[in-house]
Design a protein around this ligand. Sequence first.
Ligand code: ZN
Length: 584
Amino acid sequence: MSAIDEVKQKIDIVELVGQYTTLKKAGRNLTALCPFHSEKTPSFFVYPDQQSWHCFGACSTGGDAFSFLMRKEGVDFGEALRLLAQRAGVALPSRPVQDARRDEKDKFYQINAAAAQYFHNLLLNSPAGEKARNYITSRGLNQKAIENFQLGYAMNSWDALKRHLTEKGYKESEIVEAGLLVANEEGRIYDRFRNKLLFPISENRGRITGFGARVLDDSVPKYVNSPQTPVFDKSSTLYGINLASSAIRQKNMAIIVEGYMDVIAAHQYGENNVVASMGTSITDAQVTALKKLSRNILLVLDPDAAGEEAMLRCIQYEDKFDIEMKFVILPGGKDPDDIIKESVETWRKLVTEALPVVDYTVNIDRNEAVNKLIPIIAGMADDLRRDRYIRQLERLTGIRYDQLESSVKAFRIRTSSKRPRTEAMARATKPFVSSPLEESCLALLVQHPELKSREIELLLPDYFENSANREIFVVWQQTDDPAALREQLDPVLQDSYDILSNKDKAILATRIEERYNDYVLRLREEYLRSVERKRAAVFALEAETKGAGADRRKLEEDGIDTSVRLGEIFAQRARKGRGTSKNP
Ligand SMILES: [Zn+2]
């Protein structure tokens, strides 16, 4: 038995969850106010038989002990495993050969932390830091904000940091690689950040990955960042995420602004679910990271940035990542931090009144918008979302629903007939292995990383009931360099990875995309059925005890949603000519 299985066997989910929230008996199961979102009627359930949990409320997700702890403590899979192993008294296999890559990363985190502390101290205490202190005060930031965000000051010197860090024992070459020193062509090595206000940038666990820096005069560019390093990648970075993640979960919404100062001001005024993108447009990696915390994303834009292109891209994000996006377009010329400081009420009002992206697209130019939206709506994988968009478009343009719908249909038929997938080809596909489905699907993904970039059926982390599998899938999704996947997995998962990468190799090398689509369909079906069973257990309880349990209406709505989605799966099956048999 693997260490993971052993931990699983020894941990009781009831006991674990009971430490975070008060569980009440509910028939064979237990219920509680959801520990992840705020609510008045309990919609959170624990199922001792399956050792799982599910929230039927705003979270609308569930999992096992690992995923519970990951969410609750904001830790990654490896750390959750270690915490649980400790609890269960299970010794995890020690690793005599340390993961070199991990060590190397740790080194950069250490260098960054040392630099941040040095800069922070200069800002607070050095005479030279006065100009920076004055600037911060003029922007209305208080002491607590300066400390929370560990703001700093870099001396007007070519080697102040270099001397400080080398005295601490770090090698010049490492500091160069960390992006804090620059080596020019003549081999001269000097401080990258000079006479600047510094914003340390952290990953979600608070480890510093890089720095943003602002000039203290009128020179340009106003801002510079760390270059790409082994721990800093601008495109996947969200400034403030380390301080915002629990509020994003709690409020079930992430707000994205553009500037460092905007984030700091928002947090200073108690608006803690705010992060900044590291540029004007948001990226796949950023959406993927936020989606783990909340499916609701609100983008705050100044009117210049609110271009049509950006809007249309966001509609595609909604579909691709199954998220909901809204927009706030700021009154001309104002930054979020201006608005927040003037009146946090005004800010909250703007947030509450944020509109879905489709509303803005139509505002840009009604007719153009319809022409541009029809193909996008037609391309949406989710029937419900497609329908909702058509309804929104009807409301906004006054064009009749059936008219819009038939345009969308026409577009879908046109594009689907271009696909070479014939019915005979589909019929030839037999599900090649009955169990375990999750492992087979993962083996396919691991062996064919190119699947990630295709526009194919959407696979969600939730479909993997087993947290170890879910973790491998999430890392697979996030890793751009497939060769590095093994390295990026927690060491305890590397054995599983090795097994997966050799499993059924010859078979999985054929009809890759069809297999993938088939796996996704079956995983989705199993997932929906499992949610359905859990929901049924809640209903059964309600019949017994009258009134206990979650908001009935919400449960019923969810039920309709689940059966609609199950219905879609059967329809898809039927189209593929495989009937509606449940068993593979
Ligand atoms: Zn919840």
